[in-house]
Design a protein around this ligand. Structure first.
Ligand code: 13P
Length: 303
């Protein structure tokens, strides 16, 4: 019997390993990503965020689940619902609970609610609401506290180094302690220096800043919370920081831009889905092997 999602992430934390979670902004990306995960003998989540069916081309969470059902391999893959914001990147309120319910009905094995644009109390309240419903049917919940930048529809004007030096928006340890105790979330996405892949039109094809991580803050958060931490904005982080971040408590890492850009570039060049899928497959294998270092982890995490 394969481990369930909660156990898998717990095992990653216990063994100092990480579970990559690959985003699917275009439906044809799913097949080569699953294939790459299996061929590298890795364990990984396949995930989609609301903005990827609203602003990109994954159509709906149900379409991603259908595609997943065709190619999934439970010895290697899990299906996760990424960011369902309470307030979205355009600062509009989202009716988030029906989306969470649809995902659970469609077979998603874990869900994320993102209340990070709310006050601490508001974020706790909305996250706890999702946790109550999801836990009642055995589904773990990821939440976010702090401001992981990048999902702005306008280009960020402050240079990355300045943000990192000031630690503006980084997750506060005492707030996180209260947040986890009161919301009962299973995993926490923390703001510790990474940046989401930009979604502003003029930034879609640009290289991301080579982000760093505040390793000390990750250690402090892990010591205070004792639950698996999640790193968003995995693309483009300097590799040594990835390795040290995993040791310090990051047990799930989200990767989107590093696969979306090769897909979109290939489609622009040749308008050939099979070719674009090949590019995604090759890049995904490289990321697993050389960047994340998760080749061969499947049995330990999901066996
Ligand atoms: P990147 O696009 O920077 O890899 O971030 C993905 C992400 O965090 C999705 O939630």
């Amino acid at each position: 019997m394969p481990a369930n999602t909660k156990e898998a992430v717990q095992r990653a934390l216990a063994h100092g390993l990480v579970i990559p979670a690959f985003n699917i902004p275009h439906l044809p990306m799913l097949k080569p990503v699953v294939q790459a995960v299996c061929d590298e003998d890795s364990a990984a989540m396949i995930q989609v965020a609301r903005l990827e069916w609203e602003k990109f081309e994954s159509e709906s969470l149900e379409r991603v689940a259908e595609e997943y059902a065709k190619y999934a391999n439970p010895a290697h893959t899990l299906l996760h619902l990424d960011h369902v914001p309470v307030i979205d990147e355009d600062h509009l309120e989202v009716d988030f609970m029906p989306i969470i319910r649809r995902a659970i009905a469609a077979g998603y094995q874990s869900v994320m609610v993102d209340g990070s644009r709310l006050s601490l109390a508001g974020n706790i309240e909305k996250t706890a609401q999702v946790v109550r419903e999801a836990h009642a049917v055995g589904i773990p919940v990821e939440a976010e506290l702090g401001a992981v930048m990048g999902h702005e529809t306008q280009q960020q004007s402050i240079p990355y180094e300045e943000i990192f030096a000031s630690k503006a928006g980084f997750t506060d340890v005492e707030e996180a302690r209260r947040f986890v105790a009161e919301s009962h979330c299973d995993w926490l996405s923390v703001a510790v220096g990474s940046v989401h892949g930009a979604i502003a039109d003029n930034m879609l094809d640009k290289k991301k800043p080579a982000a760093k991580l505040d390793i000390q803050r990750i250690e402090e958060l892990e010591n205070a919370l004792g639950i698996p931490l999640v790193l968003h904005g995995g693309s483009g982080i300097q590799q040594d920081y990835i390795r040290r971040g995993i040791k310090a408590g990051i047990a799930k890492i989200n990767v989107g831009t590093e696969l979306r850009q090769p897909y979109e570039r290939a489609m622009r060049e040749r308008n050939d889905v099979a070719y674009a899928q090949e590019c995604v497959y090759g890049r995904c294998r490289e990321l697993i092997r050389d960047f994340l270092g998760t080749s061969g982890d499947a049995a330990l995490l999901l066996g």
